[in-house]
Ligand binder design. Sequence first.
Ligand code: MV4
Length: 609
Amino acid sequence: MFDKVLVANRGEIAVRVMRACEELGVETVAVYSEADKDAGHVRYADEAYNVGPARAADSYLDHDAVVEAAEKAGADAVHPGYGFLAENAEFAAKVEATEGVTWVGPSADSMEQLGEKTHARKTMRDADVPIVPGTTDPVEDPAEVTEFGDEHGYPIAIKAEGGGGGRGMKVVRGPEEADEQLESAEREGEAYFDNDNVYLERYLENPRHIEVQIVADKHGNVRHLGERDCSLQRRHQKVIEEGPSPALTDELRERIAEAARRGADAAGYYNAGTFEFLVEEDPDREAGELLGADTDFYFLEVNTRIQVEHTVTEELTGIDIVKAQLRVAAGEELQFSQDEVELEGHAMEFRINAEHAADDFAPATGGRLETYDPPGGIGVRLDDALRQGDDLVTDYDSMVAKLIVHGADREECLARSERALAEYEVEGIPTIIPFHRLMLDDEAFVAGTHTTKYLDHHLDQDRIAAAQERWGTDTESTADDEEVLEREFTVEVNGKRFEVDLEERGAAAIPTADAGGGQKPEPAGGDDEASGGAAADAEGESVTAEMQGTILDVTVAEGDEVASGDVVCVLEAMKMENDVVASRGGTVTQVAVGEGDSVDMGDVLVVIE
Ligand code: MV4
């Protein structure tokens, strides 16, 4: 085994890899950018090296800086995690060429060959792994596209040879689109992958995304660790992964997993790896029905790295995949047979992204973890690199943690996930926890009938907004903008405990019974700038009714100058008279109500400019 491993990554995956090293008695080296000086992976490592500025291209992606750090530290291996340099064959070759340093990954050759999709398709076809009907050589002429369409029908996918993960794919719906989409796919291939070769596949309209975890050693042993279902995706970004797939019969599961094993074997692959497949969904499938052994499935691509969602498989199999990676890289033989791999129960991974789900999943632009209190208990695993008080680093991807839940079966896993997500307390940054809670309440997801199209095409966006409203917490650090006085009380009523949180914003004090006579503060409804017991407040420039009631008196007229705190009208509600006051000074430009009018909560009473 190695003595010292440099982890060429950041965040939760860097900590995940270091945890495996720790258990193996291996020393750990972190690299970090200027933006990550105080990051969790730096805290965790035995030693750490600055590899450059915040911009990833100048630090985490700088081949020479990373290799130099490994040499300086005297590390004898480099683990790339996922993302950044993990699938960069050139970097792998550079590490392999460095005296005394081992690359924790497949050979650079095999990364290159599997990274070239036409090559991978040929290898898989020759190994009897079903590939999507299409070409295994590049196409250049739009006529080749229309000829393929004539023979196999539309739609057709045009994919970049160097592509993957959703980039460089174009869909042709009819012959008239062949020209334009071919050109566009070639352009994208050139721009993203420096390779304008493209190939064709029949486009599957509504596939499930199933991937098989593989581990293989340098002695020709290949094992599969079962599959994960990653069908819940948004714009090619996975959000929840689970295993086993809720859609497959055991027969189909076994066929797909065996195909992956055959493919890895044929490619002479070693390291952990993932074989991605598309599985043709049956649009009429009902909840409770499963896809049978004769269902079509097709190889898509190989991910030659550890993946974000490897944790799902670890929970199911009890196998530490990162440790297996390290052992294989050190030349050891896998110590378990295929028969010894057993899947137990059901597992799900929830990506905890710092994003505003209701605002098109816009990544957070800053914030501090005012509160960070993750869940625990039976079946709950958290992979993160965070601590309460940390500032959010926004220079890289928005995933800040992963919650992985394991249960005896899918039903228990779902219930446990609900419990865990409800326990998860994060304040100061937005997260998509409310979105996950929505999914656990979603008919299609709970039934397991969702496909890769579900989030982008079928989910009503209003439901996300409602979930955010219901389960979202403070997303902005309030400390800087506004004075907020928070007080927590515990009260006991008839021997039962109640927790009461009080928040006061601005200068206003808790109203006491005053001139208006006997008003009580309204229950906190968000923007409660309640001053002096006013029953309504100014929202922007409108003074609105804060409860349903009747106007007893209007004390201002258009053109009047008012000062903050002046009474503008009197509202009778709940058998009480409430002075409605202006919360800012100005000129009354509109009086929307008159004496005797009945108003609803939220109605505009007076506008002040
Ligand atoms: C496809 C496909 C349908 N038919 N290929 C998208 C990412 C890239 N890895 C391959 N992708 C797809 N390839 C054919 N022939 C649909 C997708 C696809 C998809 C695949 C997996 C997970 C999510 C997806 C979302 C949209 C499209």
